[in-house]
Design a protein. Structure first.
Length: 188
């Protein structure tokens, strides 16, 4: 995970040449990816504001195996996601940067509600639901909000739903770049 996360930082440092950035992650899960990425961004001298969207502990009753056969993660092999509470993840990330807001709920509903705060977002990381409808909703919502020059990353593009969506995006003429592992990104 750390090697994959480092490439997220490389994408940011390559394309964003300003000292203050706004980062949004859809699908925070346990906050491990955010934690590593934020540590690396602070080390690179960025001042970061972070918005994280997730179901958090409510995801424990969400049966990924049944609704999302494209997930290749041993933690969901039994059909359940092993999550942390939003307050636990917040405590973990608050040790790194002071400006964090975690939003609990379905990203299809919560992301549009925070559009005003996200209009200045420089980097969107989409790693929420892996089924086609979930990732399509995430894409539509983020694409409406993202400003020109924002970076939008899709994780786990090997998953059938995400692969289908990123192929559709590319077929519209939007250029996407392959990143380390199973990621693609675009610059709006």
């Amino acid at each position: 995970m750390n090697k994959k996360s480092m490439t997220l930082v490389n994408i940011i440092t390559e394309h964003l040449k300003k000292p203050r950035i706004v980062v949004a992650e859809i699908g925070v899960y346990q906050g491990d990816n955010a934690e590593f990425m934020l540590r690396q961004l602070v080390k690179a001298k960025y001042k970061v504001t972070f918005y994280g969207f997730d179901l958090f502990e409510d995801a424990g009753s969400y049966n990924l195996k049944k609704t999302n056969p494209g997930v290749y993660d041993d933690t969901v092999a039994a059909g359940k996601i092993h999550t942390m509470s939003a307050s636990t993840v917040h405590s973990k990330l608050k040790r790194i940067i002071p400006s964090i807001l975690l939003i609990k709920g379905d990203a299809n509903k919560t992301v549009p509600k925070f559009a005003d705060k996200l209009k200045d977002c420089d980097f969107f990381y989409i790693d929420g639901g892996h089924d086609y409808n979930s990732v399509k909703n995430d894409w539509v919502n983020v694409n409406k909000i993202a400003k020109i020059g924002s970076i939008i990353v899709f994780d786990d593009v090997h998953a059938p739903g995400i692969k289908r969506l990123t192929n559709e995006v590319e077929h519209t003429g939007i250029k996407m770049t392959k990143a380390f592992g199973s990621r693609k990104y675009l610059i709006k």
